[in-house]
Write a protein that binds this ligand. Sequence first.
Ligand code: ATP
Ligand code: MG
Length: 558
Amino acid sequence: MAEIIKPEGSNNFIHTIIDEELQEGGRCYGKTVHTRFPPEPNGYLHIGHVKAMCIDFGTAEKYGGLCNLRMDDTNPAKEDDEFVRAIQEDIRWMGFDWGDRFFYASDYFDTMYDLAVGLIKKGLAYVCEQTPEEVQKNRGDLTHPAVSPYRDRPIEESLDLFARMKAGEFADGAMTLRAKIDLASGNFNMRDPVIYRINHQPHHRQGDKWCIYPMYDFAHPIEDMIEQITHSLCSLEFENHRPLYNWVRDNVDYEADPRQIEFARLGIDHTVLSKRKLRKLVEEGYVSGWDDPRMPTLCGLRRRGYTPASVRNFIDRIGVAKVPNVVEVALLEHCLREDLNQNAPRAMAVLRPLKLTVTNYPDGQTEQFETENNPVQENSGTHAISFSKTLYIEEDDFMEEPIKGYRRFFPGNEVRLKGAYIVRCTGCVKDADGKVTEVLCEYDPETRGGNTPDGRKVGGTVHWVDANTALDAEVRLYDALFDDADPDAADKDFLACLNPNSLEVLKNSKVEASLTGAVCPNSYQFLRLGYFCVDKDSTPDHLIFNRSVSLKDAFKKK
Ligand code: ATP
Ligand code: MG
């Protein structure tokens, strides 16, 4: 595995805030910086989560602090142990370690309940019997305050009703517990927000114990307080919720002083980064699963051939800011190329094979050429490739009637077979339909292994494999899942943006014999073609390679 490159003491705006708070007299003077990464276990992590993960774990690392991994599982619907395990695997793969600091928010339900009761006792929360539709209808607007007919009900009555809500006496939606804050607030999140609702649904860990569940805005600050988090770092959509976060923190009876700081969400073009949408792609069969190599999930990226180092580099380069930005997927690919160019051994493969016969090469003879494993890495050694009379080249490396500027195989042209000989194309063989089935050439024995005795110029260099030793392989060529640059836009139907040509499966490809033992997760550069990784379903009898990225770099440094 490639080494993960850490940002060299990089200071983002969050770190600037923390530096100040750690000073004498600051909020955190003398304290350990303590963050948390709080995924909701209702789907697989995607690259957007990696940004959050790098900020949460990275900040703790920078300050010699702690970072908790917390399953934010306060919502009973759709949470699953499969996701919990996958999330842990993905975080470990990225190289982050939470040690023994692994928590479930649902373990705090009792405390949350007690703190809610405490708010009622202080006259800061009440049971409201409006239906969700009525609450919505009565929320007011910028010039009119919200209306809540239950706001002034006696404390004793609210305590009684809340206990009975918990005991299961009422149906879903019959009533809620609301914080008593400010019906006229310009911030609608403060207009007596609902903090508990009834939901008769079993919880993946708590079973049937609860039929009332806390709302995110109430639960999250309490989770942070219980874990003594100092910095609750989250994405920008929570900015308008911060006053409520602070209100809960300051009004429940619990000693802790966490601070929420928001950063911009990561967006990538040609991609959707929302679990809801990704789930739809999986459930409705648009992709083969959460780990389909076209998915922006971590398991998808891994299966595509991304390395932790390339993903981490990408996140470090985009930086941390408060301004929302959409990053080009070309930058992500650029980071992968950089890594694989350094670390992926070179090999030859022919994706769409066309037979090439070297007519003047002796029948039955074979020879070996030594070829470099990786020309950009010193001491990476060499490996042998075999050569014989019958080879394969790419279908499109031959044109009977060449277009202008074509430098590869056409009758009369000289071409170099990469690492072997210079050959002159002498013609081709066609079937009854006129389709070219074989290309013919003659080799020049004097040009062995890149030797050009007379200094002659040769048109092009072409990759090839030896038909006698080449292995069969399936090759999967991936392209962007969405051809629209902004499928995540609010006004777009993301499914209508899908790229119908995002996957091409080639069943008859040929790869050089040295790849016999190639296993997942190895990656190779196939000369002239791109970087390919061994798929997890590949076996020695049925090799499968996924194209991670082509060689051509579309990323423009600005
Ligand atoms: P989604 O919209 O994909 O469901 P989410 O925010 O609901 O994402 P959570 O599991 O609740 O997913 O998120 C865990 C953490 O990851 C949160 O702190 C959240 O702010 C952060 N996060 C999620 N998506 C992104 C993103 N695209 N960029 C940066 N951080 C993100
Ligand atoms: Mg969420």
